[in-house]
Design a binder for this molecule. Structure first.
Ligand SMILES: Cc1cc2nc3c(=O)[nH]c(=O)nc-3n(C[C@H](O)[C@H](O)[C@H](O)COP(=O)(O)OP(=O)(O)OC[C@H]3O[C@@H](n4cnc5c(N)ncnc54)[C@H](O)[C@@H]3O)c2cc1C
Length: 446
């Protein structure tokens, strides 16, 4: 009997364990919660969604929709559980997070070939294994991965934007509009807080000088900007952007382009945009305002924004750890480690971002481990498929600039479509090619 371990009962690990068991192998799924918490998860359930309850768009012409279609073809357990526990959310697949996690937990607990072990794994096993321990991998296991991977093991931080109560926003000052009046279709209906030049410069100075949460030694060099590349550029804390130059924010998350203030008929000098955060519209998040300032400082500085002078905060901004390995150097597109055929990585730790991408890599790693044990060649999915493209990206990207990646059309091989073709048609063309390619690949290889 082969001793198979999956480390981490999150999105990737739960899907991986299921796929291995469905292929006829006994598998031990190790999850350290609830005895050892991660700091972000709240329960002991498997597949807990730590933040948003949305698994992204279900539309066939969107990248996330394409990935979902592939997961349907590949019999993903977690996608089925998500569809069974879905909430009304327009074109998105949003779930009741508790029901979703409970459904996944029950399914795995009931599977005769899966044994769930509530224990922290401290060392990478020498027997066949999948490491799916996520962005908050425990320290002991991180060390073991670092020992295996040398200095190529990377750390990086995500930052969360603050959320305010809608009824605490001063709508005498703030105004509703989408950029260039595009309406609610793509961008949603934003609340905009306008700043004139003097207000903007005062605000930037306050951001630059406000007290930040103390970071540990290895984070400080990153925070000082020395190794700013370790931040995801699309997710830089506002105080870091402000520190790069007084007008950086006005050209970044605070750019006023296309936002006409109805009271002046002009674009303000700078704007803070707020986006609806919950279905009833009682909460709004500050778009692009992820921050690592101390909570009382966030309250003081953000209340300097016109329209937010009495803002009530539902949640303050935060930085959180995101551990991922140097996949371009360490992984193959089959998700196998370069040094060991029977060691796979899956989920966020590979540098794939987004709930669906994490589920998808778990599925592929699980299936590939089972194929290996059956003496079949593990799948390298074609890059025309969204899952194949994600695996290709993380294993072929330039190591120097390697940043985690979400499913998106930009990572698929170009289709060279007529320039006049609309966004939706383009999306559908890529989706159709992905579906056909996957069908043909599976017919030939399964
Ligand atoms: C605060 C926060 C907010 C986020 N918000 C979003 C969001 O809104 N949308 C989004 O798409 N992504 C978000 N992410 C990223 C998110 O974590 C992933 O999308 C997804 O949860 C990753 O799936 P995973 O299976 O790789 O990791 P996880 O779902 O985190 O699962 C890993 C599991 O491994 C366990 N574990 C860790 N170390 C060990 C060990 N040594 N032994 C045993 N078990 C271990 C953990 O307890 C955990 O249950 C967020 C991440 C964090 C930290």
């Amino acid at each position: 009997m082969t001793d198979i371990s999956v480390i981490g009962g999150g999105l990737a690990g739960s899907e991986a364990a299921w796929q291995i068991a469905q292929n006829g192998f006994n598998v031990r799924l190790y999850e350290m919660r609830p005895t050892q918490p991660t700091g972000a998860h709240l329960s002991g359930d498997l597949a807990e969604l730590v933040c948003s309850n949305s698994l992204g768009s279900n539309l066939p012409d969107r990248a996330s929709g394409v990935l979902k279609n592939e997961l349907r073809k590949l019999n993903s357990l977690l996608l089925t559980c998500a569809e069974e526990t879905a909430l009304p959310a327009g074109a998105a697949l949003a779930v009741d997070r508790e029901k979703f996690a409970k459904r996944v937990t029950e399914k795995l607990e009931a599977h005769p070939k899966i044994q769930i072990v509530r224990e922290e794994v401290k060392e990478i096993p020498s027997t066949p294994a999948i490491v799916a321990s996520g962005p908050l991998t425990s320290d002991a296991l991180s060390n073991s991965i670092a020992n295996l991977s040398g200095e190529n093991h990377l750390f990086f931080f995500d930052a969360i934007a603050p959320i305010v109560h809608a009824d605490s926003i001063n709508m005498q000052v703030a105004f509703r509009a989408s950029r260039h009046d595009k309406g609610a279709l793509d961008e949603g209906d934003y609340i905009n807080c306008p700043l004139n030049k003097a207000e903007y410069y005062q605000f930037v100075e306050a951001l630059q000088t406000a007290e930040r949460i103390e970071l540990r030694a290895f984070e400080e060099s990153i925070n000082s900007g020395v190794k700013a590349g370790h931040f995801f550029e699309g997710c830089l804390p506002v105080e870091i952007i402000a520190g790069r130059g007084v007008d950086s924010l006005a050209f970044g998350p605070m750019r006023p382009i296309g936002l006409t203030d109805p009271r002046t008929g002009r674009w303000p000098y700078a704007v803070v945009q707020l986006r609806q955060d919950n279905l009833v519209g009682s909460l709004y998040n500050l778009v692009g305002f992820q921050t690592n300032l101390k909570f009382p400082e966030q309250k003081r500085v953000l209340r300097m924004i016109p329209g937010l002078e009495n803002a009530e905060f539902e949640r303050y901004g935060q930085m959180h750890r995101n551990t991922f390995i140097a996949s371009p150097k360490l992984l193959r597109p089959t998700l196998q480690h370069i040094t060991r055929d029977d060691l796979f990585f899956a989920g966020q730790i590979t540098g794939v971002e987004g709930y669906m991408g994490n589920i998808a890599t778990g599925l592929l790693a699980g299936r590939n481990l089972a194929r290996l044990l059956k003496k079949q060649t593990p799948h390298t999915l074609p890059p025309e498929t969204m899952l194949g493209a994600l695996c290709h990206y993380i294993t072929h990207a330039s190591l120097k600039d390697f940043q985690p990646m979400k499913a998106n059309f930009g990572i698929l091989p170009n289709l060279y479509l007529d320039k006049k073709i609309g966004k939706r048609e383009k999306g559908l063309a890529y989706a159709e090619r992905a579906a056909k390619t996957l069908d043909a690949y599976l017919t030939e290889n399964e």
